[in-house]
Ligand binder design. Structure first.
Ligand code: GAR
Length: 230
């Protein structure tokens, strides 16, 4: 089956985006900056965090965006605590007519409550070249494995963690003297490029999902191979 997940006719109103973030929020900032610079035609209508004092919420505040702390403690102890939490998130997303959800350093596994409500309308950014190294501490794992290339992936969110159809990837070399931190910093520079780019492709209606594959209408080929060491 072929799905078009954003409008084929040119839209006049900006895409309504929500960002879910737990921590530092640098990817949120990259999307905010791209919107403010006019390279992404979208409007962030809600920034939501599971951490009360997250820098992501401070960034939202600084840019005059609506920020929401949704407290996991209010759902703890319930037999379906994770789903219950996501139902509260979903009500915030619906109240704001959200069309696209971005997970940006959102360190909570989303349940089917959200996944089913935003099929191919929820993206995640992950600091590895998926399907290698899903999960945590992935820069360290790529170095320890002896990889010569690492990178980042923007993908649609499905039920499996870091598993959904891949939209964009960027690769960087792993250097002999890399620490997990130095590699993470090199990858992060690319994250800040490809996440806003993926949002803009969605806003332009250029992402077509067929099974596991995401095709980009009028996309350009990547060009030369990336070889490391060169
Ligand atoms: C980013 O590196 C992002 O790729 C990663 O968390 C960091 C958040 O940074 N996400 C994951 O590992 C998800 N599996 P940020 O808060 O500065 O955007």
């Amino acid at each position: 089956m072929v799905h078009w997940w954003s409008m084929l006719i040119k839209r006049t109103d900006p895409l309504r985006v929500a960002v879910l973030a737990s921590g530092r929020g640098s990817n949120l900032q990259a999307v905010i900056d791209a919107i403010e610079a006019g390279t992404v035609q979208a409007k962030i209508v809600a920034v939501i965090s599971n951490k009360k004092n997250s820098p992501a919420l401070e960034r939202a505040c600084r840019h005059g965006l609506a920020g929401f702390f949704v407290d996991p403690k209010l759902h703890a102890g319930k037999p379906d605590s994770r789903e219950s939490y996501d139902r509260e998130l979903l009500s915030v997303l619906r109240e704001h007519d959200v069309e696209l959800v971005l997970l940006a350093g959102y360190m909570k596994i989303v349940t089917t409550v959200l996944v089913d409500a935003f099929v191919n309308r929820m993206m995640n950014i992950h600091p590895s070249l998926l399907p290698s190294f899903p999960g945590l501490d992935v820069q360290r794992k790529a170095i320890d494995w002896g990889c010569k290339l690492a990178g980042c992936t923007v993908h649609f969110v499905t039920e499996g963690v870091d598993e959904g159809p891949i939209i964009l990837q960027a690769a960087v070399p792993i250097l002999d003297d890399d620490s997990a931190d130095s590699l993470a910093a090199r990858i992060l520079v690319q994250e800040h490029k490809i996440y806003p780019r993926a949002v803009q492709l969605f806003a332009e209606g250029r992402l077509r999902v067929e099974g596991r594959r995401v095709f980009i209408e009028q996309g350009k080929p990547a060009g030369e191979a990336v070889i490391s060491p060169s």
